[in-house]
Design a protein around this ligand. Structure first.
Ligand SMILES: [Zn+2]
Ligand SMILES: [Zn+2]
Length: 410
């Protein structure tokens, strides 16, 4: 035990002496070594082995921007202080450390007969720095290429006369196309197949337009595609605008071009939602859904089914609705703010008190006519074990007036 202990003391004493010797031999100034290579450590005396990280500072392609990297390194000198049979191992993270040209340059540094460890490490630092700068510049060149291609593309696109307005941000990586109040924002990507990615769009999210990014190899094509889609939708927007001007639309509260549906207030106990299905033929029969009290909904569905065959796609949606609902004047929207508030208040769910998503269920009792989300009502009715379930419908009492109410279990 004592022998081992003594051995360790003697060994570490020799080791320390060697370390100091190595320092003295290779560099007269210890501080100098620590300053340049603070992360390189003498880890073994037999053979002399330095291990750690070499700090590399190199200029990046952005002016005044100095980047700092750490390169893992192990330096073994079996014939210290000579550099004969020296072994150098680099970490795996940097590809050029393994290329032949770089290896040859390192070899040339080692051939120097007066080579010392700190001097060699300094030379290695600047060599790696140079390579890193080169690699960085290559990336910058690619970027410059892409920018100059983009500028050419932009010039061509602007030369084509088009109603589509094109604007570009300062960084030249974002463009906005707009036509008659509709806009589309695109971001430049580094991919040849998909050079542009849609960031935001006023166009509705419909299947025929899916993948706007596809096949837009340049800006001129992008503008043509955008214009074509806007023009294609114009008839649908015209139909919806007519509804907005003549009906009391309760959802969406502020319709925009991407909304292809309208929920129209018909009376206190019923509303109808129209959703355009075929954007190319917007006056074709849309999807029609009623919301309200069971009695009213049933009555309307019967009436509409009898009249459905009279739908005429040569007429506007509004005209067809008038015919279908036998309603020549639709209730007018409330202009007065107080009335509006009262109406919005009456449209909130009687269970969760929210009108963010409009309730789709109204109590049958004419004196009650409370609105509910069917999900809220279904949960409410299910809390009472005595309530009966018939064909996925649960029957119970209205939470407000206690009259009979039923609801689809969701
Ligand atoms: Zn609710
Ligand atoms: Zn009720």
């Amino acid at each position: 035990m004592l022998i081992i202990f003594l051995y360790i003391i003697v060994k570490s004493a020799i080791y320390n002496k060697l370390l100091i010797m190595a320092m003295k031999r290779t560099c007269n100034n210890n501080e100098f070594f620590l300053k340049w290579h603070p992360e390189m450590i003498l880890v073994s005396d037999s053979p002399i082995t330095w291990q750690g990280f070499l700090l590399i500072s190199h200029a990046s392609c952005e002016p005044h921007d100095i980047q700092c990297s750490r390169v893992k390194l192990k330096l073994i000198l079996p014939n210290y202080p000579s550099f004969r049979n020296v072994q150098i191992r680099f970490g795996k993270q940097i590809a050029f450390l393994r290329n032949i040209e770089f290896r040859q340059k390192v070899k040339a540094l080692l051939m120097n007969s007066t080579q010392t460890v700190p001097l060699f490490l300094r030379q290695l630092q600047s060599l790696i720095g140079e390579y890193m700068h080169k690699a960085d510049s290559k990336l910058c060149m690619i970027d410059l290429d892409a920018t100059s291609n983009f500028l050419k593309d932009l010039k061509t696109a602007l030369q084509n006369s088009s109603d589509v307005q094109l604007t570009c941000n300062h960084n030249l990586n974002m463009i906005t196309l707009s036509l008659r109040g509709i806009s589309l924002k695109l971001q430049r990507c580094n991919s040849i197949e998909v050079p542009w990615k849609v960031i935001s769009s006023d166009l509705p999210n419909v299947s025929i337009f899916e993948g706007f990014e596809k096949n837009i190899t340049n800006l001129s094509i992008t503008m043509v595609k955008f214009k074509w889609q806007v023009e294609l939708l114009e008839n649908a927007w015209k139909q919806l605008k007519e509804i907005d001007e003549n009906c009391w639309v309760i959802d969406p509260l502020e319709p925009n071009k991407s909304h292809m549906y309208r929920r129209i207030h018909l009376s206190q106990s019923i509303s109808v939602t129209i959703t355009i299905q075929d954007l190319l033929h917007p006056t074709a029969l849309p999807v029609i859904k009623f919301f309200g009290s069971d009695n009213e909904v049933k009555k309307q569905i019967n009436y509409v089914s009898d009249n459905m065959h009279n739908w005429n796609k040569d007429r506007s949606i509004l005209e067809n609705l008038r015919m279908l609902l036998n309603m020549y004047e639709f209730p007018e929207p409330q202009e007065n703010l107080e009335d509006k508030k009262a109406i919005i208040g009456s449209h909130e769910c009687g269970i969760c008190f929210s009108a963010d998503e409009l309730p789709n269920k109204i109590c049958n009792n004419k004196k009650c006519m409370k609105h509910f989300h069917s999900t809220c009502l279904s949960k409410w009715l299910q809390t009472n074990a005595r309530n009966q379930v018939v064909f996925n419908h649960i029957h119970g009492a209205c939470p407000h007036c206690k009259e009979n109410i039923s609801c689809f279990i969701e």
